[in-house]
Design a protein around this ligand. Structure first.
Ligand SMILES: C[S@@+](CC[C@H](N)C(=O)[O-])C[C@H]1O[C@@H](n2cnc3c(N)ncnc32)[C@H](O)[C@@H]1O
Length: 270
């Protein structure tokens, strides 16, 4: 009888120790700036730049923000505080758990979620805003996937660019930031490259990311288009002294002309 009591107390003691050491090790994880990551080390974005990056992405409660390589979760949690649904993709499981604890401390666990996953395998399609602080070659690897996202999706990157896809906006933060203080914004443009048919003519567009060139043929007159630009699904260009503005929707686009009237076009052959 005495022996079995002893066994019971010993077992209970060992169980308590194991539990305590688990709690202790979970609390013990302290991220270290520069620690190894799968493809990028961990360096946190200064909070002042996190705030500006979310401003650049115009993040509101209507957005779904994904941070690729979410580190300690600061960008995701800050976006959640703006009312957005926000998700972090992070490869390091300790950072994922740390982020979850940070979100819970801020009362943001319902809106700020974290997944232990490889950013290259993540489904980015639900995002209206993607934030990242990665590396130039990783940005380039992600670029084709990003360009296939819904037109108007905003991409905001800390410090690193996107090759020859020039940024739609660049911001340098001076207050409250000493290193990694520049952010870039890109807006995924609609795909308009190719031949379009107007009721009374043809529009031929050559698209380079958000920039468009080409010709407009109306009433037997062919003119070069100038200052052509896409902002998500919004298109704008000058032709024959008039400003054409409009909206692209799949294989159609339509809008107004500054000199009066409206215009519309559909993809040739559609
Ligand atoms: C420079 S830190 C940026 C952290 C956070 N986004 C921020 O701005 O504070 C890059 C993060 O990406 C993570 N990471 C690296 N390779 C990854 C991969 N293939 N998939 C997911 N996360 C990755 C690292 O563990 C690290 O936390």
């Amino acid at each position: 009888m005495r022996k079995s009591y002893l066994k019971f107390f010993l077992f209970a003691f060992l169980l308590a120790c194991a539990g305590a050491s688990q709690v202790h090790s979970a609390q013990e994880f302290e991220p270290r700036v520069g620690q190894e990551g799968k493809d990028v080390i961990w360096v946190p974005t200064p909070q002042a730049l996190v705030d500006r990056m979310l401003d650049m992405g115009k993040v509101t409660a209507n957005d779904y923000v994904i941070d690729l390589g979410s580190g300690d979760g600061r960008t995701v949690i800050t976006a959640a505080k703006r009312g957005a649904k926000a998700a972090g993709i992070e490869y390091n499981p300790d950072m994922v758990e740390l982020s979850k604890r940070n979100a819970a401390k801020e009362g943001m666990s319902d809106k700020a979620t974290f997944a232990k996953a490889d950013l290259f395998e993540a489904d980015l399609s639900p995002a209206t805003v993607i934030t990242m602080f990665l590396l130039p070659d990783i940005n380039l690897k992600l670029r084709p996937k990003i360009l296939n996202l819904k037109p108007g999706t905003r991409i905001v990157s800390n410090s690193f660019t996107m090759g020859d896809w020039s940024a739609d906006d660049t911001v340098n933060v001076k207050d409250g930031c000493v290193s990694y203080c520049t952010a870039y914004l890109w807006i995924v443009p609609a795909k308009v490259d190719g031949a379009w048919q107007l009721p009374d003519g043809d529009l031929t567009l050559k698209q380079t990311y958000q920039t468009i060139a080409g010709t407009l043929k109306r009433g037997g007159n062919t003119v070069q288009i100038a200052n052509g630009k896409l902002n998500g699904d919004q298109i704008i260009f000058n032709a024959a002294g008039a400003l054409y503005t409009g909206r692209v929707s799949g294989n159609g686009m339509e809008g107004t002309i500054s000199s009066g009237g409206s215009w519309k076009a559909s993809r040739s052959g559609k």
